[in-house]
Design a binder for this molecule. Structure first.
Ligand code: ZN
Length: 208
């Protein structure tokens, strides 16, 4: 091995290699495509020799630039890497993986926070819809009559109510209306969504 380097220095690829002295070379272990891939796998990095070969060729052909280390020595067209190169690349990859995982976690946290905010706003919006417009009504609803009549029928007799009297959503012709019985107040015509909600919150349903 040592003889080979001494005679055929032209095969040694980069400047670093030219500066390597024989003593250093003797201390270096060499890795080929297979053992390089094995080393990476042993460190939890998913590299088959084939995959590694692909990365190497891309780098060699200039498709990528700095994504994969070029060989330290080329013997009869076969690339070999020093252990130090293999080790450095492994550590770089591991650091990169760690960074990726960290980013993923941060993104997930951000997403969760966003969703929580959305839910919070939705609930707050609904509550404020009721409490701002009808300050005390929610707590005063005693009973709800489901499917009172469809709005089309209702609107023939009553032109004064066009919106849900709880959330203020405009009734459509095909909407079902529900009647909320309110303590010390007139009954309120409410939409399906509001009826379902107040019932789910514990208000009793009545047949009349
Ligand atoms: Zn409503």
């Amino acid at each position: 091995m040592v003889d080979f380097f001494q005679k055929d220095t032209f095969l040694i690829k980069n400047k670093r290699n030219l500066l390597v002295n024989i003593g250093q070379l003797e201390n270096e272990q060499f890795y080929n495509q297979t053992t390089f891939a094995k080393y990476l796998s042993e460190h939890g990095l998913n590299y088959s020799p084939t995959k590694l070969g692909t990365y190497y060729r891309r780098e060699k052909n200039g498709v990528t630039n700095g994504k994969f280390p070029l060989e330290d020595i080329l013997i009869n067209g076969t690339p070999y890497w020093y252990e130090s190169t293999v080790d450095l690349f492994t550590r770089e990859l591991l650091a990169l993986e760690k960074e990726k995982t960290k980013k993923k976690k941060t993104n997930k946290k951000k997403r969760n926070k966003y969703m929580a905010t959305q839910v919070f706003l939705k609930e707050k919006f609904f509550v404020s819809n009721i409490s701002n417009k009808y300050p005390s009504e929610k707590s005063k609803i005693e009973k709800v009559k489901r499917f009172f009549m469809d709005f089309k029928t209702f609107s023939k007799g009553r032109k004064d109510i066009t919106n849900c009297e709880l959330c203020n959503r405009e009734f459509q012709e095909n909407d079902q209306t529900n009647l909320a019985f309110v303590k010390e107040d007139s009954n309120k015509l409410i939409c399906e969504e509001c009826a379902a909600r107040v019932i789910s919150e514990g208000v009793a349903e009545t047949n009349w």
